[in-house]
Each structure stands twice: as C-alpha cells, then as structure tokens.
Design a protein around this ligand. Structure first.
Ligand SMILES: Cc1cc2nc3c(=O)[nH]c(=O)nc-3n(C[C@H](O)[C@H](O)[C@H](O)COP(=O)(O)OP(=O)(O)OC[C@H]3O[C@@H](n4cnc5c(N)ncnc54)[C@H](O)[C@@H]3O)c2cc1C
Length: 319
C-alpha cells in the first residue's frame, strides 16, 4: 500500500539530501549495506563466508549516463575481484552486475530482441565481458541483475551474447512480469544459472501482475519450470512460503542439495540464512556496497513499510 508513495517520495531531492547526509554507519543504512569501500565489502563478505554462506556482491550505481562513470564501475568490479582473490574468498563470492551501471543506457535505445544493437548495449556488452573475464580468472562467476521491464529484452539479448564465451553467466527473471514463465522455459537448459525473484520496480499493469497473490502464484509456476528443468535455479526470496515450496519442488524433482541455491539480501532474515545453511542448503547473500546506496535503501524500505518507523527515528537522531 505504501510502496508507490514511498518510491515517489524517494525521488524528491529534499528527501535524498536528508537521507544521504546520514553516515553509512547509521543503523538503518548499515543494516542493508556493509559499507562504501571495497575493503568494507570484502570484510563483510569474509564474515558471511565464515558463517557457511556464499555471497554475490553488487557495486551500487544505476542509470549511468556517461562513459567515464561506466568505466569507473567496471574498474570497481575489477578491483573487487582482485581483493576477493587476495583474501582467498573468490571461490565463495561472485558478483552481480546491473547493465545500466556499465553503459546500457548510453546513446539511443536498441531494438528489442535483436541483441546488443544500440551504442549503449554495445558498451555494456564489452564492459560485461571484461568483468566476466576477470571473474573467470578469479575462479568465480557473474550474474546480470534484472532492472525495469523496458530493459528486459536488451538484458536477455546481452546475456545470450555473453553466454557464448562465458556460459556460466547467471540470468535474473522477475515473477511479477507476465512474460517470465515463458522466459523460464527458455532459460531452463543445462548449465544455465537462473535467479528467480519477485521483482522490485514499479511496473504497469500492461506488463506485470499488480496483486501480491498473483505475483506469488507466478513465482510458484516459474519455480516449477526451473526446478523441473536442467539448469541451476537460484531461489531469491525471503518469503517463507516460497522457501518451503522451493524445497518441496527440489525433492519432488530429485534434486540434491547444491544443485540449486537460496539467495537473500544482506541484512534481511539473517537467522533464516544461517538456518538453511546449517540444514545443508547452499545459501548466497546479496551484498550491495558503494557510495550510491540511496536508491537501493529506498527500494528495501518501500518493500517493508513496517521499517518506516525505525527509519524516521534514525533520520531524527541521525544515527
Ligand atoms: C538475492 C536477491 C537478488 C535480487 N535481485 C533482483 C533483481 O535483479 N531485480 C529485481 O527486480 N529484484 C531483485 N531482487 C528483489 C526482489 O525482486 C524483491 O523485491 C525482494 O526480494 C522482496 O521479495 P520477497 O521475495 O522477499 O517477498 P516479499 O513478499 O516482498 O517478502 C516476504 C517476506 O520477506 C521479509 N522481507 C522482505 N523484504 C524485506 C525487507 N526489505 N526488510 C525486512 N524484511 C523483508 C518479510 O518477512 C516479508 O514478509 C532480488 C532479491 C534477492 C533476495
């Protein structure tokens, strides 16, 4: 109910200035983001791995509209992968990349379904290749995050291109989109790593289910396709029902633990993350870091309006 107003409010400059004047160490920010620097991200990663968890790291920053910023994001990922290798963490930590942060939106739009044809798509593909190469050299993988529906065809087109050289590259699909069950069928082939999430953007009725119950039903239909398929499902949800259903479907399809994984966000249901890992499941925590934490934080708060009271208190006390 509060999701849309909160997302709209988050676009106000006044709100942004107020929130970003808070230190990253304030409790509301540090709950969701371990820090702004590579060192802090690597330190947070080490602590999670010590607890039997796996990690995927996201260098925060979306909608890059200039080439220099896209290049700086690529450099940040290369720096991160080198630091993970140095600390011996790369085997258990991969990276998640948003194509918009590495140039997808530069220049004019491409034509849906035709692969990387616009200037931005070409830049993003080349940048993604650099990150995939560095990840492979480090002994780990990349997953391409999925953004709003206007980028879905472009992102899946870039994924197809990338997978020619780096078949281990992970895809993300969003259950709230009407198209996603069909996308799951296309992606459920051997070796294909597919993260299924509900979807975090504000999408119109023409492309997305609006009712939470409909989204949940779609999530289950997509899970059925992925679990019955030949790929590697990555079940990204904090929803206890989805976690249970995923477990039941894995058993029904004769999948051993480790032939699929659970994924949750840093700071959300940490006890459940550990419980699943202790039960022998593979669990990966999505760890966002970097200076551009504002948009990410506001999306998490919009998902969980009960956090709002805590948030307002943090703003007032600036702690
Ligand atoms: C690993 C991972 C990667 C993701 N990647 C993408 C992506 O590439 N593209 C994209 O659009 N979305 C992505 N998402 C976000 C996702 O689409 C949802 O917006 C988000 O996960 C909330 O959906 P849910 O499945 O947890 O279910 P919900 O129905 O939203 O929540 C279920 C329960 O989880 C708990 N919970 C959920 N959110 C919070 C919160 N913020 N604070 C505290 N408790 C909470 C509550 O107990 C809630 O009842 C990703 C999510 C995860 C876990």
């Amino acid at each position: 109910m509060l999701r849309q107003p909160l997302l709209m409010l988050s676009r106000s400059d006044k709100v942004k200035n107020l929130v970003t004047s808070m230190p990253v160490s304030s409790s509301i920010v540090s709950r969701y983001v371990p820090g702004e620097s590579t060192e802090e991200a690597v330190e947070g990663t080490g602590a999670l791995i010590d607890n039997g968890l796996h990690v995927t790291l996201d260098f925060l920053g979306e909608d890059t509209l200039d080439r220099e910023q896209a290049d700086a994001t690529v450099a940040a990922y290369l720096d991160l992968l080198a630091a993970l290798t140095d600390k011996g963490l790369a085997r258990n930590a991969e990276v998640s990349v948003k194509l918009s942060a590495i140039g997808q939106a530069l220049g004019s739009a491409g034509q849906p379904g035709l692969g990387p044809v616009s200037e931005g798509e070409k830049v993003a593909l080349e940048n993604a290749r650099s990150i995939c190469r560095a990840a492979r050299n480090a002994g780990t993988t990349v997953t391409l995050d999925m953004e709003d529906h206007t980028t879905t065809d472009s992102t899946l087109g870039t994924l197809r291109e990338l997978r020619k050289d780096f078949p281990e590259t992970g895809a993300v699909v969003q259950a709230y989109l009407h198209r996603t069950e069909a996308d799951c069928r296309d992606l459920a082939y051997e070796g294909s790593r597919v993260r299924l999430c509900k979807g975090a953007y504000n999408e119109p009725e023409s492309v997305a289910f609006q009712d939470k119950h409909e989204v949940d039903k779609s999530y289950v239909r997509c899970l059925k396709v992925l679990m019955a398929g030949q790929g590697y499902p990555m079940v990204a949800s904090h929803d206890p029902r989805m976690v249970d259903i995923a477990g039941a479907l894995a058993t029904r399809n004769g999948r051993a633990q480790g032939s699929y994984e659970y994924q949750m966000l840093y700071g959300i249901r940490p006890d459940e993350q550990r419980r699943l890992a202790e039960a022998g499941e593979k669990v990966r925590v999505y760890v966002p870091y970097g200076q551009e934490w504002y948009g990410y934080l506001m999306r998490r708060l919009a998902e969980r309006p009960s956090n709002l009271q805590f948030f307002v208190r943090s703003l007032v006390s600036k702690k």
